[in-house]
Design a protein around this ligand. Structure first.
Ligand code: OGA
Ligand code: MN
Length: 218
């Protein structure tokens, strides 16, 4: 990639009162054009051209409980790090959104961690919660999609479920779209698709560190 790394700028979220209201009242929101097309396609290009070694098989659980279980999830991930310019640009943008959310919703979000995810054709992530009530400091999940020209027949939808197991939303992983939801409330799953599917999944967290111990470790 020859172009300089962009500074990523949200195309209107916190000032977008509908998005904030929906997040506050329903606990989730879908923002179709969170990032401008050009910025999104640069990130897409970056993700598609990472070396195979840049990725690791995704696991479930944390620290001592961490296992890879391909019956549950089959994506490959890469935790974003601030010393890689494209990754830093995304982290900085999401940190700005953190401040906006704290200002608008008094959420007290302390930090943010996120990873790129690559689902090869056929890969899925079975129904799960990102956090368990009272047992995690993950508060808000964000999923941002990079895939241009994604069509319904490509599959790979994110399905979000309600309290009674009903389908609330079936979301196509289309470039530029951001989904935000409460991490310990909404069961969700990723259906298998027929194309390579790229996204950036992240979590805003509360600070539950005690005596310098960051809980939970990655
Ligand atoms: C996750 C997840 C959803 C998606 O990584 O925990 O649920 O649509 N991702 O990629
Ligand atoms: Mn999830």
């Amino acid at each position: 990639m020859t172009t300089a790394c962009p500074t990523l700028r949200v195309a209107d979220f916190a000032t977008e009162s509908i998005a904030i209201d929906q997040l506050a009242t329903r606990g989730y929101v879908i923002v179709p054009n969170f990032l401008a097309r050009e910025q999104c396609s640069q990130l897409y290009h970056y993700a598609q051209h990472l070396e195979p070694q840049a990725w690791q098989q995704a696991g479930i659980g944390r620290a001592d409980n961490y296992t890879t279980n391909t019956a549950v999830r089959q994506d490959k991930i890469r935790w974003l790090q601030s010393d890689f310019p494209y990754e830093n640009a995304y982290l900085e943008m999401m940190d700005q959104l953190r401040l906006d959310l704290n200002r608008e919703l008094f959420m007290g979000l302390f930090d943010y961690e996120c990873h790129l995810a690559h689902y090869p054709p056929g890969a899925f992530y079975r129904k799960h919660l990102d956090a368990f009530k009272g047992r995690s400091n993950r508060i808000l999940t964000t999923v941002f999609y990079l895939n241009s020209d994604w069509r319904k027949q490509d599959g790979g939808q994110l399905v979000i479920y309600g309290d009674n197991g009903e389908v609330l939303e079936t979301v196509l992983p289309e470039a530029g779209k951001l989904v935000v939801f409460l991490s310990d409330v909404f069961l969700h799953e990723v259906l298998a698709g027929s194309r390579d599917r790229y996204s950036i999944t992240g979590w805003y967290r509360l600070n539950t560190s005690i005596g310098g111990f960051i809980d939970p470790t990655r």
